[in-house]
Write a protein that binds this ligand. Sequence first.
Ligand code: NAD
Ligand code: UDP
Length: 325
Amino acid sequence: MSRILVCGGAGYIGSHMVQLLLKRGFEVTVFDNLSTGHRVAVGEAELVTGDIRDRSALASLFATRPFDAVMHFCASSIVADSVKDPYVYYDNNVVGTLSLLDVVRQADIGRFVFSSSAAVYGMPERELIDEDHPTRPINPYGATKLMVERILKDAADAYGLRSVALRYFNAAGADPGGALGEVHRPETHLIPNILRSALDGSAELQVFGTDYDTVDGSCVRDYIHVCDLALAHLKAMEYLDSHAGAHRFNLGSGNGYSVLQVIEAARQVTGCPLPARVLPRRPGDPPVLVASSQRAQAELGWQPRHSDLDEIIGSAWRWHCRPRF
Ligand code: NAD
Ligand code: UDP
């Protein structure tokens, strides 16, 4: 039986990954410092608490478990914070990944799947972004993801490490079974903020800018269901069985929705009026980000199956409305 190491498996996307791996019969170890993750989110998987920048903790982890592949979700990922305090981002996302990769090399593990981001592209030059679009990140967070992609390319050339970097667009939605969902503190993402405002009338819903050159003036994004992201990781891991090198794939639905369209869809799903206040633009927001995921579809054999906007919002709403004890 294969044993997979999921670094960052207590976080939002990583915990959905862990759930899928367990369902598919893999043995799973989560390594997480619980800085933004949650112990309860790892379910039946083994949890080892520790920091990827701690090489000795990683070395003892690898010395005692025979991992067949590593999936790496750990990162600091709030764009605005990365602008305010870039050293923290370079340290966690780049230095931390280098520390993990070094131990992966010593343990002679050949398959590595990395959470990259649409933030590597920067300001889009065309509406549908494919992997050949120029990569010019406009904030330190995006720069850290691009640096790791470069490190993975160099590691493939020098050490033969096989890797896939998955460039997610906007991860959203929740486990349809209701066991897992998105819990970030603070929450900066649009859909959970809308749903919190639906649950708690006093939480003001804010729209950052309605003066963009888009369908209704608000920013357009490509929302991809977190379970579709998890499935792509499985496909990526399988892909590496027969493909050497460092690979990059976009993961999005290919459909763009404006902030105002998402709010309207959430009104329909929740039945709440959702009054929203328009604020100035949020610095660093590109007006439109929509993925072409043709390469992932053609090469990984992956298709988004749950990324219809109503399904994304519906699953997230069920999670927000869950009973709490
Ligand atoms: P998250 O914050 O919920 O999960 C990250 C997990 O990594 C947490 O459990 C955290 O405790 C852990 N972690 C962070 N630094 C660590 C360290 N140094 N050592 C050990 N554990 C550490 O984030 P998420 O939304 O699930 O995102 C997962 C990955 O996907 C990140 O790399 C993020 O940059 C990337 N990504 C997310 C989105 C999105 O829309 N959420 C989009 C593009 C890319
Ligand atoms: N947004 C918003 N109000 C919020 C959160 C986000 O208007 O409370 C906007 C944000 O400016 C962006 C879009 O919604 O245009 C998606 O933002 P999110 O933070 O969810 O993801 P990002 O695209 O920044 O990764």
